[in-house]
Design a protein. Sequence first.
Length: 284
Amino acid sequence: MKLFLDVLLDTLKDTAKMLPFLFGVYLLIEYLEHKASDRLPEALRKMGPFGPIGGAAIGCLPQCGFSVAAANLYSGRLISLGTLLAVFLATSDEAVPILLSDPSAAKRILPLIGAKLVIAISAGILTDLIIRLIRLKRNTQQEPYRDLCEDCGCEEHGIVRSAAVHTARITLFVFAVSLAMGLAIALLGEDAINGFLLADSPVQPFVTALIGLIPNCAASVVLTNLYAAGSLSFGSVIAGLSTGAGMGLAVLFKTNKGLKENISITALLYLVGALSGLIIELIF
């Protein structure tokens, strides 16, 4: 019971931290959908490569709410796939605060953030470039702005109430998934996870990248603590934190209607994170 209450309290705190970001992004989506939906796609296309660069910079901030916001924005086609991928790859959740709290590990923050920035920007720009070339070759247009506000009653009640409704629905979903994953990690324990990580093995980045996909901030906590304790190499923690997009992936599956597309995005995120970690291992 004590374990359950501890996880429940942590989940409530983490979910509460996301509320301002969720409400803000839904309010923005509602406004853009009803006030600027005709002009928005063209404006976003003109941003060119700056979308992934900005997404990577925002993702570096130690708050997994940004990945949730990016998932919602992509579901409405307000940002490109490259920008979404950049946010996911750059997101580190609790890694920065944990390393800052340990004076002996604080010096590792800049290399970690720098590596993730390079990976996120490079992967985001390359993804958007490949998609643009494919569309030109096939003579297809960019997918239009997608309506996220079906049957929400915003015409009758206004965008503020509609944004609040969307926020409440996603918050409940985030809370339920976070609680389930938090309990699973707490019951397994870090020792069992450490043994599963195959220390000193060249395949470790592929294992940590898989753990990073767990849709919970607790995954980044475990990976960062293991890295600070010396159980993970630099390349392995980069792989795990690169795929660790917090609740972003879970919300993407909730809000984006294309299941195959969501699975493809998850696979792409995993491959970029794991291969980046492996390359770092081989070079350094």
